[in-house]
Design a protein around this ligand. Structure first.
Ligand code: 13P
Length: 235
């Protein structure tokens, strides 16, 4: 099974920068990974040759919702994935809102990439398990999934995003065991587990594991040579 590699370009790139990065992507051999590129909405056009994901979407399909982006319209434009509940958005989106968004994605044949993860304080207070359980069970509550409809869960400990190093492989594997149990208890038929948080060319070799289905990459994906190093290590 190829590893999944999701490039979350966040709000890093202007139009010209995105166009330049797309030339860099064109030089990379992505054949050993399942690549999903998540540019900001305005930059989709530069990455049309790749499987595309949105960085967010709204939970209604149409209507008077100024500034929101419709999952129905994303679907019509060929967008196959959407990142939901990223920690950089959780100040706007509660677990309940994320649940509505997951339902909206599934209704519109968009595969949700649900981000979960504890903050540093929550970790110190030994609340990691309860935080993850609440985030996952609420996000997937009442969602009608089938064997052929995968859901991607991206475990991103908040304090590891944009930091100097990722979580250790052992810690990721331990947490994945717990996440798997939650998903199995919920009878979620088809899921993949990804890790995100400071995945870089220099460290990805330390977090390769059969238990990790893929990686959600932020800063490293806006530098084509850094991304290429990651791809070569995953091979
Ligand atoms: P970094 O790879 O920059 O730490 O970001 C991770 C992330 O937030 C991906 O969604």
């Amino acid at each position: 099974m190829k590893k999944i590699l999701i490039c979350n370009q966040k709000m890093y790139l202007t139009k010209d920068e995105a166009m330049n990065l797309s030339y860099g992507y064109d030089e990379i051999d992505f054949s050993n990974v399942e690549l999903i590129v998540c540019p900001n909405y305005l930059n989709f056009e530069y990455f049309e040759d790749y499987k595309l994901g949105a960085q967010n979407c709204f939970y209604e399909d149409k209507g008077s919702y100024t500034g929101e982006v419709s999952p129905y319209d994303l679907h019509l434009r060929g967008i196959k994935y959407a990142i939901l509940g990223h920690s950089e958005r959780r100040m706007y989106d509660t677990n309940e809102i994320i649940n509505l968004k997951v339902k909206a994605c599934v209704r519109n044949s968009i595969i949700p990439i649900i981000c979960v993860g504890e903050s540093k304080i929550e970790k110190e207070l030994l609340k990691t398990s309860s935080v993850l359980k609440k985030q996952i069970t609420t996000a997937l509550s009442g969602v009608d999934l089938t064997d052929d409809y995968p859901v991607l869960i991206a475990y991103e400990p908040v304090y590891k995003i944009g930091s100097s190093s990722p979580l250790s492989k052992e810690e990721i594997e331990d947490t994945f065991k717990y996440i798997k149990k939650i998903l199995d208890d919920m009878k979620i038929p088809n899921y993949k587990l990804l890790y995100g948080g400071s995945v870089k060319g220099e460290n990805v070799k330390h977090i390769l594991s059969d238990e990790i289905d893929g990686y959600l990459v932020g800063a490293s994906c806006i530098n084509a040579s850094e991304l290429n190093t990651i791809i070569k290590c995953i091979k």
